[in-house]
Design a protein around this ligand. Structure first.
Ligand code: SF4
Ligand code: SF4
Ligand code: FES
Length: 824
């Protein structure tokens, strides 16, 4: 039994351990400094460096502590003369073939132990160096790292980091004996499948593998501070430790031991942050005068904005104004922005990029299970028995979540990939379903036909947890009756045997999760696709328990948070509909405004806002950190609409494709220059911390919003720090009710967390769904042939997708040499 407590003795000191614990780890956790270089608690033990030798009473000889699993009481000797002498001898061997020179750019555990054992000075060592005879292979072909065999102690940590943590299997040893060295792929790093995640670098103990970017300038003794924060790229929300030197980020490490990444990063989080100190950052407000942008003071810019917006409101009403908030900004920025739109403009015309990616998924999830957020935790991707990934290129879009998926695969869990095009995850899939574009509903209905026919339906779950229970199930059953595997194959082109196998695999797994994505939602039938998926989940009872449910990983870093805090035309902070009178009264009291001043009318979505601008009904817009001139589906239409606006403000950190259409451009702060929070894909509220000063006159987004509000005679709150905004947000949005900055100082909390005592919610829907009666709803949908069919005139279907090295509109990722080197 893993949890059984055992008392062991280490150098006569009694220590409590649990059965199954690693002896070396237990010793170190109890502050016993057992030497060792090849062990890392994230990796399986190797026993390669032989520094952790110990004696265990009753066992012959010495053993490596890192290879011992505690399963019975034991008496261990860590330090005695014989063991210390053996360690010193081992270090002597390692140092004889080691290059001691250092450029002070990496932390060197071997040098640390050499000093402890008085071997720093070569004169004090037992053996002369044989380094020149061995020869030190070097590889500096990777854009992001260098390898130097002269510093390599062959500890296996990099190989295991690549295999066991990141699941990539790129590294191995070449050659034999003391001339062996680490090789990526068949030979050179640049020719290998290495995608630059840098896990190997982070876990290398000796400086054999070192980051390449900033190596020329980085010096350990010049590092001013190390700041923990949250990655600004995707919705995984990886925890970073930024190393700051000379006012710049010179290194980014993953933070070990905390969710969601436990030290893991992808190439963007580790090597993609140079955009912050790009010389192209916006540094001063710009006002367009006679068609040319000229620098302006903040007062001039803010006064102009307030005057113009106020005039439009007075002349055309608040509904003639609209705002786009940003999935890249913090919750605090977004909260202030929606408050501004609702209080200063007096409208609910607020939306952002989520409308064009996740809205159909969220719509289906809200109607079926009452919540659009992911059910599970990111770590659950490693432990669910079966993962069904559909329309989601997870390895490139959410690389660290994908590492957990691969961990699960290596642990024997099953993966079904459903995608018309090949994605890297196909290599790991047990079954790859490759339906014709637009036939998802047909495929899912076909799978449900098999599930029903083979008696794999979870009847108790349907009776207890689904609205109208078996009655609604019967309707679904009738609907899919005709969808036999053969019929489904005809429509989808997926062989019927695969349809049957996938249906069995998903339905009969003890636990199964669905990872859906843009491929499913960005279709005319997007909402129906997700309804079908949820139907399959509900009739098999693959939700409402740990490691089961539906998870649409969020694209950008704070897509989840921006909606959570109310950047939506139909909901207030905390997902409460704008027409809920009681909530409006409650919010009006918190915001200290008359309830009548808060509109109960649903606002316009992004698509509707652009259409209304085109129709000259929207006259003024405020865009914070969005780039519709690249993200909108019909750019000609968007361009015409933006040109028709009387007044446009764009607030960003760079010039974008949208800024040329602005009347005023405001320079904002990047993630590294402000305090705040993001919410990641598993609803985890994570801290963002200020590591750097803003360039030039740039300001924090929420602060700019607050200032415009003040000039429009609207009091958005006398906030001086982001934490004050969070505290108000926690009052306004009950899902954050129990969270504050103190509670998330060390690790994030997953909402809902309604009270100060609540630990947060790891898995949604375990007891009930978020619908009015607590039950889920089946929404049977029939297959309808795709509207976007090839024609003679347009014979191709173009399908968009992501690559690992680029992000969103590439505003940030394009400004990094390392990412560009990989992308090209
Ligand atoms: S490169 Fe580093 S991590 Fe890899 S075997 Fe050599 S010393 Fe160990
Ligand atoms: S997986 Fe996402 S959050 Fe993590 S480092 Fe990469 S881009 Fe950043
Ligand atoms: S740490 Fe145990 S053998 Fe290396």
């Amino acid at each position: 039994m893993k949890d059984e407590q055992i008392t062991i003795y280490i150098d006569n000191q009694p220590i409590e351990a649990q059965k199954g614990d690693n002896l070396l780890q237990v010793a170190r956790d109890n502050k016993i400094p057992v030497p060792g270089l090849c062990y890392h608690k994230k990796l399986s033990p190797t026993g390669a460096c032989r520094l952790c030798v110990v004696k265990i009473e009753g066992q012959r000889g010495v053993v490596m502590a890192c290879t011992v699993t505690i399963d019975e009481p034991m008496r261990v000797t860590v330090f005695d003369e014989e063991l210390e002498s053996a360690r010193k001898q081992t270090l002597n061997y390692l140092l004889a073939e080691h290059d001691d020179t250092t450029d002070n750019t990496y932390e060197d555990e071997l040098a640390f132990w050499a000093e402890k054992y008085d071997l720093s000075d070569p004169e004090r060592r037992s053996y002369p160096s044989i380094l020149s005879a061995v020869g030190a292979k070097k590889d500096d072909t990777s854009p992001v790292l260098t390898y130097d065999a002269g510093k390599c102690i062959k500890c296996f940590r990099c190989i295991k980091a690549c295999d066991e943590v990141q699941g990539k299997n790129v590294l191995s040893f070449a050659s034999r004996g003391i001339t062996s060295y680490i090789v990526a792929g068949l030979d050179m790093w640049s020719e290998s499948e290495c995608d630059g995640c840098g896990e190997c670098v982070q876990l290398c103990p000796t400086g054999a593998l070192v980051e390449r970017p900033h190596r020329q300038e980085l010096r350990l003794d010049k590092i001013e501070k190390k700041v923990r924060t949250t990655c600004p790229y995707c919705g995984v929300g990886c925890q970073l430790e930024l190393w700051i030197q000379d006012g710049k980020i010179v290194r980014s490490n993953g933070v070990e031991g905390v969710s969601p990444n436990d030290g893991r990063l992808c190439v963007k989080g580790r090597f993609g942050l140079d955009f912050v100190s790009s010389p192209h950052r916006l540094t001063t407000p710009l006002i367009k005068k006679n068609g040319i942008f000229v620098e302006a003071s903040w007062d001039e810019a803010l006064d102009l904005i307030a005057t113009k917006f106020s005039a439009i409101k007075q002349q055309h009403g608040g509904d003639a104004l609209a705002g786009y908030s940003s999935a890249k900004c913090t919750n605090e920025d977004n909260y202030m922005f929606q408050k501004f739109i609702r209080m200063a403009f007096g409208t609910n015309n607020i939306d952002y990029c989520t409308r064009l990616c996740h809205a159909s998924t969220v719509t289906a999830m809200l109607r079926s299970i009452g919540d659009g957020a992911g059910s599970n935790s990111i770590e659950d991707f490693a432990t669910t028995d079966c993962l069904f990934v559909t329309g989601n290129n997870i390895i490139e879009t959410h690389p660290v979540t994908a590492t957990y998926v691969k961990n699960g695969k290596y642990n024997g869990n099953s993966i079904i990939v459903c995608d018309p095009k090949w994605t890297p995850l196909v290599k790991y899939a047990d079954i790859w379903l490759q339906p014709r574009l637009g036939t998802d509903v047909a495929l899912l209905n076909g799978m449900m036909h098999v599930i029903i026919n083979e008696g794999l339906v979870h009847q108790r779950f349907i009776r207890e947890r689904v609205d109208r229970g078996m009655e609604t199930f019967e309707e679904l059953k009738i609907l899919v009756e005709k969808d036999t595997p053969a019929y489904t194959e005809e429509i989808t082109a997926v062989p019927k045997d695969k349809i049957i196998a996938a249906a069995r695999m998903y339905a009969s797994a003890p636990t199964a999760m669905l990872a859906t994505g843009m491929g499913l939602s960005q279709q005319v039938t997007g909402t129906n696709n997700v309804f079908s998926l949820i139907n399959m989940m509900l009739i098999t009872g693959q939700i409402g328990k740990e490691r089961a449910g539906i998870d649409p990983p969020r694209g950008q870093n704070n897509v989840q948070g921006a909606t959570d805090v109310g950047c939506s035309p139909i909901i207030f902070p905390g997902y409460i509909p704008v027409d809920d009178d009681d909530n409006r009264k409650r919010v009006a009291a918190i915001w200290n405004v008359p309830v009548e001043s808060l509109s109960a009318k649903a606002g316009l979505t992004t698509v509707e806002i652009i259409n209304a601008a085109y129709d000259e009904k929207i006259k003024g817009m405020y865009i914070m950190g969005e780039n519709p001139m690249l993200t909108d589906p019909d750019l000609n239409h968007t361009e015409k609409a933006l040109k028709k606006l009387d007044f446009l403000v764009v607030q960003d950190i760079f010039h974008t494709d949208t800024t040329p259409y602005a009347d005023v451009i405001l320079p904002a702060s990047s993630f590294a220059e402000k305090e705040g929070t993001f919410v990641n894909s598993d609803r985890r509220v994570l801290r963002v911390r200020k590591a750097l000063e803003m360039p030039g006159e740039a300001r924090e987004d929420w602060h700019i919003v607050q200032e415009i509000g003040r000039r429009m005679h609207v009091d958005l709150g006398n906030f001086t720090h982001a934490s004050d905004i969070f505290d108000e947000m926690a009052k306004t949005a009950p899902i954050f009710g129990g969270i504050n900055y103190q509670r998330i100082e060390y690790k994030g909390i997953q909402w809902p967390c309604p009270t100060a005592e609540h630990p947060g919610t790891r898995t949604l829907f375990v007891e009930k769904f978020n619908t009015p009666n607590g039950k889920a709803k089946l929404n049977p949908v029939a297959y309808v042939a795709q509207a976007e069919k090839p024609t003679k005139e347009y014979p191709f279907i173009l399908n968009s997708g992501r690559i690992l090295y680029r992000y969103h509109t590439a505003t940030m990722s394009r400004r990094n040499k390392s990412l560009t080197a990989f992308a090209n």
